[in-house]
Design a protein around this ligand. Structure first.
Ligand code: HDE
Length: 700
């Protein structure tokens, strides 16, 4: 791939074969061209089928290879979607780090990102309520650097030793392997109650963050506290943050539930389609930095992964940009075989004593050994773009052939010595540690509720009601009264009203008082509404335009053109996926439009918005079509912007059937519910309603 700017893509090209190259002939794995791959060699004649011969090397090879196609799925984050892209540094952070990738603004670093859900198996649905993984591999000139993050800035536990417990409790229950990819069950909530340290995280997990509209519309967080070292030998604590350019958006729960059945690959497809369409998802890269001298200046321990660093105390400095611009050529060898390690750091970046991070540093390398084998870093997707040389040798599936007579250091030839710092050698920061050997942490690790309240206080009213409904749903799925009954007492430590509402919904103890005094503080950056893009945008939003024969062509073409111009993706939906003709169009001579989908093939849930152009005959047909009415009604129920012109105005009104809603068949009306109706097509108001409806979610 001569001329390829992305060094990792060029590197991968050397390991890539194109199945569409017509010169290929099918061969065995050992290179012999095969003449017949359909029939196993057997003893047979025209009138008698005889036994198959074990002798057939091709038959055996084909079956053997098939039998061993699977590798163990990841023990967590098994379901994922990945893409290639680039990281661009916009502002040097040389005041705090010497890392090339964070100081050299002239270089573009190739990256690979894998998004994932945590609890479900590889084949589970994308839109379940779950934390999302956001793992980034930077192929830097100084080695691979991985930020293995999530879309929520905190975690359930403080100590890595608890990880098997939290995951066992969240995964399907051991006796019957139910439920798949759900936290709504006894064991998950039993764990939450038994671990007060999980309170902050479960509040996030019950918020809209765990039902993102798209991987492209969620934040990413390194969660753990890392460190940065600069040329002067100074050290800072750091947290890493990704913020999406499109803003942070979520489904409403009913949508997420339905899409899990209607399109289990929704997020995977959404990412794939956006990249294929050239609408490259972008994130700003931010760092929060605390000088070493200020480590103890906070009322929480900055090494505790159940805490955020409120922006008011530690502002985010946005210094870079991540862009995803290329889909994988093959899922297995890239998205499945990619392997991340928190322990992958480069000079200028270091660990902290965060007890969750320290355990993760052990776990990731270990899990790759069982998932991919000891030579996993030689796999094309994992191989660094900078030179790799050492005396680690052999093992299953070794690829590199290292010439020479020695395989140890030091050796009599003085060959392959360690690099001194000036040559880029990684030198650990000399940290003085004094302490007792004990199973304990600093006393600040014992406070678990302040930030849970801070998070809840900082949400908008609709977001708060979503938390209530999420808790209501989850605890309703717990059938052990011990489990759902006592959760309300935990909630009463955070917010009495919420606790009482939950108790009312799901049963259990009705708390009578706020059992922990509230601080009533709020912080910015916790509500999703804080991330509305400066320039509102509907780019990449999917809009269903519903028409039938006799539709108003001016309204249809007008809205389609306006949406396309704004970067949105209009789809034509009609009762059949065959040509549909406009009012006045002659079926024998007219071109008609070919619908992208028919009304039964899709559902409103799979689109961000619905638009119905007028046209008497078209609207009459849609009125009589129960599915069409359901589309409108459901889109309305999911708080989506709905647009209508001409005759379709009354159709939308009747379908939504809500008192107090204003409609106009003459002038334009933008109803407070986000329904835009007008006699003439006016795309502007519809676009504005669209920008608002999913971003702000002002209504419940
Ligand atoms: Fe992971 N985690 N984790 N985790 N994690 C894995 O590594 C682990 C934690 C995260 O797309 C595993 O390669 C421990 C926090 C992501 O390939 C495993 C602890 C965060 C991914 C593992 C944690 C994460 C993983 C399973 C507690 C957010 C998917 C497969 C100390 C910052 C990466 C694998 C991908 C995957 C261990 C906690 C994020 C077993 C022991 C906190 C995004 O090694």
């Amino acid at each position: 791939m001569a001329g390829e700017k992305n060094q990792k893509i060029a590197d991968l090209a050397t390991a890539t074969k194109d199945v569409h190259d017509k010169s290929w002939r099918i061969t065995s794995d050992y290179g012999v061209k095969q003449n017949n791959t359909d029939h196993w060699l057997s003893v047979a004649s025209e009138d008698k089928t005889g036994p198959m011969l074990l002798e057939d090397p091709f038959g055996r090879e084909k079956i053997h290879r098939f039998d061993h196609e699977r590798i163990p799925e990841r023990v967590v984050h098994a379901r994922g979607a990945g893409a290639h892209g680039k990281f661009t540094l916009l502002e040097s952070a040389s005041d705090v780090t010497s890392a090339g990738i964070l100081t050299d603004t002239s270089c573009e670093t190739p990256i690979f990102v894998r998004f994932s859900t945590v609890l479900g198996s590889r084949g589970s649905a994308d839109t379940v309520r779950d934390v999302r993984g956001f793992a980034v591999k930077f192929y830097t000139q100084e080695g691979n650097w991985d930020i293995v993050g999530n879309n929520i800035p905190v975690f359930f536990i403080q100590d890595a030793m608890k990880f098997p417990d939290v995951i066992h409790a969240g995964k399907p229950e051991p006796h019957n392997e139910i439920p798949q990819a759900q936290s709504a069950h006894n064991n998950f909530w039993d764990f939450q109650f038994m671990h007060p340290e999980a309170t902050h995280m479960f509040m996030w997990a019950m918020s809209d963050r765990t039902i993102p509209r798209s991987y492209r519309m969620m934040q990413g967080f390194g969660v753990n506290t890392f460190t940065l070292m600069n040329d002067k030998g100074e050290r800072h604590f750091v947290k890493f943050i990704w913020t999406p350019e499109l803003g942070v958006h979520s489904f409403v729960w009913d949508e997420a539930l339905k899409i899990a059945g209607q399109d289990p690959d929704f997020h995977r497809k959404d990412l794939w389609a956006a990249i294929e369409a050239g609408s490259y998802p972008k994130w700003r890269f931010g760092i929060q930095v605390i000088p070493e001298s200020k480590e103890h200046d906070f009322d929480f321990d900055i090494l505790d992964a159940t805490k955020v660093w409120p922006e008011e105390l530690v502002p985010i400095r946005y210094i870079g940009q991540l862009e995803l611009n290329r889909n994988v050529d093959e899922y297995f060898t890239q998205t499945e075989q990619v392997a991340f390690c928190t322990s992958h750091i480069v000079p200028g970046i270091g660990f902290s004593n965060d007890p969750l991070l320290q355990g993760r540093n052990f776990s990731y390398q270990d899990t790759q050994l069982s998932r991919l084998g000891v030579n996993w870093e030689e796999l094309p997707i994992n191989k660094p773009v900078c030179p790799v040389m050492n005396f680690n040798r052999d093992g299953a599936m070794r690829h590199t052939i290292t010439k020479g007579t020695v395989n140890y250091w030091p050796n009599r030839f003085q060959t392959v010595p360690p690099a001194i710092q000036e040559e880029g050698g990684y030198v650990e920061y000399a940290e003085k540690i004094v302490g007792m050997k004990a199973r304990m942490k600093s006393s600040k690790f014992k406070e678990h509720k302040n930030q849970a309240e801070l998070f809840y206080n900082s949400l908008s009213a609709p977001e708060k009601s979503h938390v209530l409904n999420a808790l209501g749903f989850e605890l309703d799925h717990c059938d052990d009264p011990v489990v759902y009954g006592r959760m309300t007492t935990r909630l009463a430590e955070i917010d009495l009203e919420l606790a009482q509402q939950v108790a009312e919904m799901v049963g259990g103890e009705m708390p009578q008082e706020q059992t922990r005094p509230k601080h009533n503080k709020t912080a910015k950056g916790l509500s999703q509404l804080d991330y509305a893009p400066e320039e509102p945008t509907i780019a990449t939003r999917m809009i269903a335009i519903i028409i039938a024969d006799g539709y108003d062509a001016i309204a249809y073409n007008g809205i389609k053109a306006a949406l396309t111009a704004a970067g949105a993706l209009p789809f034509t939906i009609s009762p059949r996926r065959n040509k549909i003709f406009a009012a006045g169009e002659d079926k024998s001579t007219g071109t008609g439009v070919t619908a992208d989908h028919h009304l039964e093939g899709m559902r409103s849930t799979l689109f961000d918005s619905v638009f119905v152009p007028g046209g008497a005959q078209s609207v009459e047909t849609l009125r009589k079509n129960g599915r069409a009415v359901h589309w409108i009604r459901e889109a309305f129920g999911h708080l989506k912007a709905i647009g209508a012109t001409g005759e379709a105005v009354m159709f939308v009104k009747d379908a939504c059937n809500l008192p107090g809603m204003e409609f106009s068949t003459s002038g334009e009306t933008v109803d407070s519910y986000g329904v835009v109706t007008t006699a003439q097509v006016n795309p502007q108001s519809f676009k504005e309603a669209l920008q608002m409806a999913k971003g702000a979610k002002d209504f419940v």
